[in-house]
Design a binder for this molecule. Structure first.
Ligand SMILES: NC(=O)c1ccc[n+]([C@@H]2O[C@H](COP(=O)([O-])OP(=O)(O)OC[C@H]3O[C@@H](n4cnc5c(N)ncnc54)[C@H](OP(=O)(O)O)[C@@H]3O)[C@@H](O)[C@H]2O)c1
Length: 256
């Protein structure tokens, strides 16, 4: 019984199955890598098939878990249902961990330049698809759930900008406005809290991560001084920071 408290058991995610959107790059790849290194069967899904396959090969070589790919452009209810159907067609009757992570990063523009298309694309991806993919996967998540001991998990990548308001120094230094990105992340933080109310009783826990800045593109490195001056710890996020949170939120340790 005391063995349940060992980190190796309490934080184990071995032999679980996960679906990670936007898992070929950036934060999604950090989560996929942490999962594969800890024995999870991972599916990564996004638009760029070549990038997906490169990442899947790289991670599978690391093992002991494996990484597979599914191509998906997650901007509609239909696309979310198609992704779920393809995941099932690959022989999966259940899903332990859904990570809604895909996002549009670095797309901010000056306040006067917001196009309607970017509004629609960003809200479709950051808000609508998170809801519809979770709903499409719900039967698979319920099937995997050990409700009272180790529920299934939905993890959403929100943002620190989904909690606070105003432009971070990263946006100010690029003379762009984070209003659209920030408001869509506020919306998905609300989606997460509302989903949690409705699906936790079904044995599916919902959590949302709110990362600060995690450098995933050259543009981050070009503005590192501004970024760091906004962060109390004095440094940007690293893969260990993301991995630690994702493993905790996927393991028995965070069941309750
Ligand atoms: N980096 C940060 O500092 C930071 C901080 C807080 C929160 N976040 C959030 O973290 C998440 C991941 O972003 P990231 O920073 O890791 O940037 P990233 O490397 O650009 O990742 C974004 C991922 O989303 C996928 N994607 C974009 N549009 C898609 C679509 N229509 N359908 C399916 N997949 C799509 C991309 O793959 P394809 O191009 O192959 O589709 C890509 O793998 C986002 O939700 C972002 O808002 C990032």
């Amino acid at each position: 019984m005391g063995d349940n408290l060992l980190i190796a058991n309490l934080f184990s995610i071995k032999d679980k199955t996960a679906l990670i959107t936007g898992g070929a790059t950036g934060i999604g790849k950090m989560i996929a890598k942490a999962f594969v290194k800890n024995g999870v069967k991972v599916y990564i899904a996004s638009r760029n098939k070549k990038k997906l396959e490169e990442t899947a090969d790289e991670l599978t070589k690391m093992g002991p878990g494996v990484c597979y790919v599914i191509e998906a452009n997650l901007t509609s209810k239909e696309a979310c249902e198609k992704l779920t159907a393809e995941f099932e067609k690959l022989g999966n009757e259940k899903l332990d961990i859904l990570v809604n992570n895909a996002g549009m990063v670095g797309c901010s523009v000056p306040l006067t330049d917001f196009s309607e298309k970017v509004w629609d694309d960003m809200y479709n991806l950051h808000v609508k698809s998170v809801f519809y993919l979770t709903m499409a996967c719900l039967p698979l998540l319920e099937r995997a759930s050990n409700k009272l001991i180790d529920p299934s998990r939905v993890i959403i990548t929100g943002s620190i900008l989904g909690i606070g308001n105003g432009d971070p120094k990263f946006s100010q230094s690029r003379e762009v406005c984070a209003l659209l990105y920030s408001s869509s992340k506020h919306a998905v933080h609300s989606v997460a809290k509302n989903l949690a109310v409705h699906i936790t009783p079904k044995g599916v826990n919902v959590n949302i991560l709110a990362p600060g800045v995690v450098p995933v593109k050259d543009i981050f490195y070009q503005h590192m001084d501004a970024i760091v001056s906004d962060i109390p710890q004095g440094r940007a996020g690293k893969e260990e920071d993301i991995a630690g949170a994702a493993i905790y939120l996927s393991s028995r340790a965070s069941s309750w």
